[in-house]
Write a protein that binds this ligand. Structure first.
Ligand code: HEC
Length: 204
């Protein structure tokens, strides 16, 4: 009896740990990220991005198939602490090009999509593909709590982990909660850290 109890406690602990790995700061986290200079980050990204994007494309999400043809708003991949100490990029479709120049109080137009891909580089120099995170501005009334943003997370194997409009919508709850802390005035966007943005005038 006692061993049965112990077993169920262990099982529960195991389940809790498994769930926990999907918690916001854990799910994305990398224990020992390498600190790369911008050129090295770009080289690391270049090594894996084609294969990585090919897998995202198998998700069936239309944006995942085309995002690399969009404007990349950052010059080089930059380290994102919140998105798991990974080197990230933001790509924007045409309606979302105001992303780089959004002023407080302005909102992104309906139809805007921001795609954030990511790679991680560990201290041994190994480059691993990260996830693809998407935000899409839907029609007014889609989700007032989320300021009508649809959130999607596609895992490196091309499976959809969560989609506000599809599989596991509840799995986007932590996206909504954290992005809401950016504030309504910023349209729930954190924008890019200083210094990484490509000049808005560089947009073709
Ligand atoms: C713990 C807080 C946190 C969580 C959880 C989080 N994000 Fe973010 N997100 C940020 C921050 C901070 C930035 C800006 C820095 C950066 O680029 O990583 C950002 C940037 C983004 C951007 C670029 C648009 C912007 O805000 O400037 C997208 C797209 C995005 N996140 C999607 C997602 C999706 C999809 C999820 C859920 C799967 C998610 N995020 C979960 C904090 C978070």
């Amino acid at each position: 009896m006692r061993s049965l109890l112990l077993l169920s406690v262990l099982l529960l602990a195991g389940l809790a740990a498994a769930n926990d790995s999907f918690a916001p700061d854990r799910h994305f986290s990398l224990i020992d990220p390498a600190r790369l200079d911008p050129a090295a980050a770009e080289r690391a990204y270049a090594r894996v991005v084609d294969d990585m994007a090919a897998r995202f494309a198998t998700s069936g999400e239309p944006a995942a198939k085309v995002y690399r043809r969009w404007l990349r708003t950052n010059r080089r991949p930059y380290l994102s602490a919140t998105h798991g100490s990974r080197y990230v990029n933001n790509y924007v479709n045409r309606p979302a090009r105001v992303y780089g120049t959004l002023e407080p109080g302005e909102a992104m137009p309906v139809g805007s999509i921001i795609a954030k891909d990511a790679v991680s580089v560990d201290s041994s120099g190994a480059v691993l593909p990260g996830a693809l995170a998407l935000m899409e501005k839907m029609e007014a009334g889609y989700d007032s709590v989320a300021r009508d943003w649809r959130y999607v997370l596609i895992l490196p194997d091309g499976s959809i982990f969560a989609d506000s409009s599809g599989a596991n919508p509840a799995g986007t709850g932590y996206c909504v909660d954290c992005h809401a802390t950016a504030g309504d005035d910023a349209d729930h966007l954190f924008l890019m850290p200083p210094g990484v943005a490509r000049s808005p005038h560089a947009a073709p």
